[in-house]
Design a binder for this molecule. Structure first.
Ligand SMILES: [Zn+2]
Length: 245
């Protein structure tokens, strides 16, 4: 892309919301940071040792001190004194923890009774952060599957969802990542992952037409749930998608 097309690209795409840039531009960004460490997607995962996480927190704290200075927020304000460290810890240990921690242990049990019906878990908490603005995404998730040779413990599902939520996400990819993971783990005959969530980047910024009640709903359907309309309707009825609050 030459400069002229680049200019018109940016003109035509108001950078107000910073749409994704074309691949030619993306490929110019670095692959490693200033310490030679590999960079990876916001919703990716690379387990780090506790020492590496502590080092990350120290580096971040220094950067957030600078951020506060740029924003001209005084750390003499007692409410702001430890904010850089607090934000650094929150990012590494909480909001983005799923990037740096191993996947939760998922015990798989044999499907001894040859269950051939939908197994559904709903109301699983979704508490994530949008990759675009680093604002909360808050909602819930329903997962349904028809087992093949294996079933999963119910508590495992919420741990898997939480692990994928604890990173910068976009809701569409969050659902796909959860589905891919469960598919790899138990190879179910049918699998559905429905997420409904509020995006605080819309709410907090007052984006027009996205009032507080607006919900984003994404659904991923695999196997029989993709092919069989009756089964899909049964699933959607059982998770109560007929009366979304
Ligand atoms: Zn956002």
């Amino acid at each position: 892309m030459n400069n002229l097309t680049m200019d018109s690209y940016f003109e035509n795409n108001h950078l107000d919301d910073f749409e994704s840039e074309p691949d030619e531009v993306l490929s110019t960004f670095p692959t490693h940071n200033q310490w030679g460490e590999l960079l990876f997607d916001a919703n990716g995962n690379m387990p780090l040792s506790l020492e590496e996480q502590e080092l990350m927190i120290k580096r971040l704290e220094q950067k957030f001190i600078e951020v506060m200075e740029i924003l001209r927020i005084s750390r003499r304000d007692p409410n702001s004194t430890k904010t850089p460290l607090r934000i650094a810890r929150m990012l590494v240990k909480e909001l983005f923890a799923g990037r740096y921690q191993e996947a939760p242990k998922s015990t798989v049990f044999p499907n001894r009774k040859k269950v051939n019906e939908l197994i559904i878990s709903k109301g699983i908490t979704v508490m994530s952060v949008c990759s675009h603005h680093w604002q909360p995404i808050s909602g819930d998730c329903a997962i349904g599957y028809i087992p093949n040779k294996y079933v999963l413990g119910v508590s495992k599902l919420s741990r898997i969802v939480d692990w994928f939520c604890r990173r910068g996400q976009i809701q569409e990819e969050l659902g796909e990542q959860i589905a891919d993971y469960i598919e790899d783990l138990i190879k179910p005959k049918a699998l559905g992952v429905v997420i409904r969530a509020r995006h605080y980047c819309m709410i907090a910024r007052g984006v027009k037409g996205n009032e507080e009640n607006s919900l984003m709903i994404t659904s991923v359907m695999r196997g029989y749930l993709l092919a069989d309309l009756n089964l899909r309707n049964e699933f959607l009825n059982l998770i109560g998608m007929g009366y979304v609050k």
